[in-house]
Design a protein around this ligand. Structure first.
Ligand SMILES: N[C@@H](CCC(=O)N[C@@H](CS)C(=O)NCC(=O)O)C(=O)O
Length: 195
């Protein structure tokens, strides 16, 4: 029985999992879940969110759990840093990205008036500034590309591909890191979605 990923192409959480699967060279089949047709997903997982992984019949829900599950089974090309303390920080950053950064990105996506956009840009700006400081003088956050980089990249990548928002050039360190991530993940442009 093959591994199946219930997913949607534009979801940042699904992109996060696709990147982990690609880094670990794990072959899988895709089940595309449409907004208005979640029947097979609900039948398999008893809930309606993607990503969900069907691992030879075992149901794994949520990008963070799927990533940790894949790491356990495929420890090669690890997605975590060396050392327990750095791993703790890495998991916190993954969670920050999935639970906090995402709100600013959704706010930007939903902003329909100039006032709402200004508010959203202000909130997003707080996070972009923190990230720009975080990446100053660094390649990746830890000693290698980890799930923290991947989680943050997929959120910001969504800004370009779905929200159509360009991160201001003034965040120079953040731009350098985005370019490095794009090259490492072999994306031709920031608009490409990892296959
Ligand atoms: N914490 C979850 C979030 C998953 C999530 O919010 N998925 C969205 C797509 S980006 C979804 O399927 N939403 C459908 C719904 O809420 O009905 C993860 O990391 O996988």
């Amino acid at each position: 029985m093959a591994i199946r990923l219930f997913q949607s192409q534009t979801s940042m959480f699904c992109e996060k999992v696709r990147i982990v699967l690609a880094l670990k060279n794990v072959p899988y089949d895709v089940v595309d879940v449409k907004k208005d047709d979640r029947k097979s997903l609900i039948e398999f997982s008893s809930q309606r969110k993607v990503p969900v992984m069907d691992y030879h019949g075992q149901c794994v829900i949520d990008s963070t759990f799927i990533s940790a599950f894949l790491e356990e089974r495929y420890p090669q090309d690890t997605i975590y840093p060396t050392g327990g303390s750095d791993k703790g920080l890495c998991l916190m950053l993954e969670d920050w990205s999935d639970e906090v950064l995402i709100h600013a990105i959704h706010l930007m996506r939903r902003a329909e008036t100039p006032e709402a956009r200004q508010m959203a840009e202000k909130e997003l700006g707080i996070h972009l500034r923190s990230l720009d400081l975080l990446f100053a003088g660094k390649k990746f956050i830890f000693d290698r590309m980890t799930i923290a980089d991947i989680a943050i990249f997929t959120q910001l990548h969504y800004l370009y591909t779905v929200v159509k928002y360009e991160i201001p050039a003034s965040y120079g360190s953040l731009h350098l890191w985005m370019d490095l991530m794009r090259q490492t993940l072999n994306l031709a442009s920031l608009y490409d979605i990892a296959a």
